[in-house]
Design a protein around this ligand. Structure first.
Ligand code: ADP
Length: 454
C-alpha cells in the first residue's frame, strides 16, 4: 500500500474515532439532560397530585387540580397512583404492577424522590407529607417529544458521522497527494538517471525543508558516484589504449618473422602462435575499450534514426562474412504496418555490434544450426527475437551472462571471452531498451530485445 494511501487511512480512522467519541458524548449528555428535565416536570405534577389528595377540604383539592391543569397541563400518558399509609399491602401489590427495582422503593422509604425509566416510560415515586399525614405518589408518563428529539439527534449524528468520514478521507487523500508531490517528482527524476547520464542532477528548490535536504544529499551522492565511475572508466580505457600499441607491434613483428623465407619450421610455428594470440588479445582489448565507453557516457556517440529491419539485414551480412555456414533466417511475417514502429533513435555502429554479438553467439553455440530472427512491434517497443537450437544456458547461470568475463559451464569447447553480452547489454540499456533471455540446456536459447521506437 502506498504511504499516501496509508496516511489518508490513518487520518480517517483517527478522525472517525474522535467524531465517534464526540457523538456518543453529545448523545449521552443530551439524553441525560432531556430525561432529567422530564423527570423534574413529572415530579412537580406528582407533588401537586399528592398535596391535592391530602386536602380535607374538597374546594382546596379542586384548586390544586385547577392549578395543575391550567398552568402545567397533562403530560402524554400521565398516570398517578396514591398509596395511603393504611394501604401498604396495596403497595406490595403495586410493586407487581409497577415493575420497578427495589432501589426505587428504598428511595421512597428514605423520603427521597425516586426515578426510573423503562420501555420509553418515565416513573417517579414521591413521599408527600402534610399535617402529619404521609402518602406515596407513584406517577408515570411518556416523554414523546423528548424521545422524538433523541431519535432526530441520533439520525443526525449517524449521518453526520458518515458524511464527515467521506470528507475526511477525500481531503486526507488530496493533502497526502499534495505532500508527496515533491517526493514523486524526485522519484521520477532519479529514475531517469542511470550510469549513462550520471552528470544529471536533481532540481534543488530554495525552501529549507526536508525535500530540499533529500535532493541535496542525492546530488552529493551522484557527485561521488560520477567521480568513481569516471576513475574506473578512465582506468579501463587508458589500460586498453596502452595495450594497443605494444600489441600492434607484437603482431607486426610476428608477421615480419613469418614473411622471412628460410626460417626453421619450429620458429615459423612459434611466429604463427604469437600472431594468432596477439590478434586475440587485440580483439579483447578493443572489446574492453568499447565496453568501458558504452558503459558510461552516451553523449560521445552520434545518434540517428535507424530502421531496425535494415539494421538486422546488415547484421545478417556481417554474420555471412564471419561465419559463411550460418543458417540465420530473418522472419518479416510480423512486421508492423506502420513503418514508424520500426524506427529507433540510436547509434548504428553500437546497435549493429550488439545484434551481431547475439546472432553470432547463436550461430556459435548451436554449431550453425538454424537461427530464427523475428521482428515485431509492441505498444511502445520494437521487439527483436533471436532464437537458436543450440546448447542452451544452465538455469542457475542465466542471471550471470551479462557479467563481464562470465562464461557458462557448458562452453569449454567454444572460444570466447565473456565480453560480448555485457557490451550488448550496455548498448541496449544506452538505448533505453532491455533484453530478456529464455534458455533450456540442449534445447536452445531465445534472446528478446526491446527497443523503444522514436
Ligand atoms: P562469449 O565470448 O563467451 O560468447 P558472451 O559475453 O558473448 O561471451 O556470452 C557470455 C556467455 O553467455 C557465453 O559464454 C555463453 O555461456 C552464454 N551464451 C551467450 N549466448 C548464448 C547462446 N546463444 N547459447 C548458449 N549460451 C550462450
Amino acid at each position: 500500500m502506498k504511504i499516501q494511501t496509508r496516511i489518508s487511512l490513518i487520518f480517517t480512522v483517527l478522525t472517525a474515532g474522535i467524531i465517534l467519541s464526540l457523538s456518543v458524548f453529545i448523545y449521552i449528555f443530551a439524553s441525560d439532560s432531556i430525561s432529567a428535565s422530564f423527570f423534574h416536570r413529572l415530579e412537580v405534577r406528582s407533588n401537586i397530585v399528592g398535596h391535592a389528595a391530602l386536602q380535607k377540604n374538597k374546594t382546596q383539592t379542586s384548586i390544586y387540580y385547577d392549578i395543575k391543569e391550567k398552568h402545567l397541563g397533562d403530560l402524554p400518558y400521565e398516570q398517578h397512583q396514591i398509596i395511603w399509609k393504611n394501604e401498604v399491602k396495596k403497595a406490595d401489590s403495586l410493586k407487581k404492577k409497577f415493575p420497578m427495582p427495589q432501589s426505587f422503593y428504598d428511595e421512597i422509604v428514605r423520603k427521597q424522590p425516586a426515578r426510573f425509566f423503562k420501555n420509553d416510560t418515565s416513573y417517579v415515586g414521591l413521599s408527600v407529607i402534610q399535617s402529619g399525614e404521609n402518602i406515596i405518589v407513584l406517577s408515570s408518563a411518556v416523554d414523546l417529544y423528548g424521545l422524538e428529539e433523541m431519535e432526530n439527534l441520533k439520525n443526525l449524528l449517524v449521518i453526520g458521522f458518515f458524511i464527515s468520514l467521506v470528507f475526511v478521507f477525500t481531503f486526507g487523500k488530496f493533502f497526502s497527494i499534495q505532500i508527496f508531490q515533491p517526493i514523486r517528482q524526485i522519484i521520477r527524476n532519479v529514475k531517469g538517471i542511470s550510469a549513462h547520464n550520471l552528470n544529471q542532477r536533481l532540481k534543488v528548490s530554495t525552501s529549507k525543508d526536508e525535500i530540499t535536504d533529500l535532493s541535496k544529499t542525492f546530488n552529493d551522492m551522484l557527485d561521488r558516484l560520477e567521480i568513481t565511475f569516471e576513475i574506473q572508466n578512465n582506468f579501463v580505457s587508458n589500460a586498453s589504449h596502452e595495450f594497443k600499441t605494444p600489441l600492434t607491434i607484437i603482431s607486426g613483428e610476428a608477421q615480419l618473422g613469418l614473411s622471412v623465407g628460410d626460417i626453421p619450421e619450429i620458429a615459423r610455428d612459434s611466429f604463427r602462435t604469437i600472431f594468432r594470440e596477439s590478434e586475440k588479445l587485440e580483439h579483447l582489448t578493443n572489446s574492453m575499450l568499447s565496453l568501458a565507453q558504452t558503459g558510461f557516457d552516451g553523449k560521445k556517440e552520434q545518434w540517428d534514426e535507424i530502421r531496425i529491419d535494415e539494421l538486422i539485414l546488415s547484421v545478417k551480412g556481417t554474420a555471412d562474412q564471419i561465419m559463411p555456414n550460418n543458417k540465420v533466417e530473418i522472419n518479416f511475417d510480423q512486421l508492423p504496418e506502420d513503418e514508424e514502429k520500426l524506427v529507433v533513435n540510436g547509434n548504428e555502429t553500437l546497435l549493429k555490434a550488439a545484434f551481431s554479438n547475439i546472432v553470432l553467439n547463436s550461430c556459435k553455440y548451436s554449431d550453425n544450426k538454424p537461427v530464427n530472427v523475428l521482428i515485431k512491434a509492441g505498444e511502445t517497443y520494437v521487439i527483436i527475437e533471436i532464437a537458436d537450437e543450440g546448447i542452451g544456458i544452465p538455469d542457475r547461470e542465466i542471471a550471470q551472462i551479462f557479467v563481464p568475463f562470465f562464461r557458462a559451464s557448458n562452453t569449454e569447447k567454444y572460444k570466447g571471452y565473456g565480453i560480448g553480452l555485457p557490451l550488448t547489454n550496455n548498448i541496449i540499456k544506452l538505448h533505453q531498451g532491455s533484453i530478456v533471455v529464455n534458455s533450456e540446456v540442449g534445447v536452445g536459447t531465445r534472446f528478446t530485445v526491446y527497443l523503444p521506437f522514436k
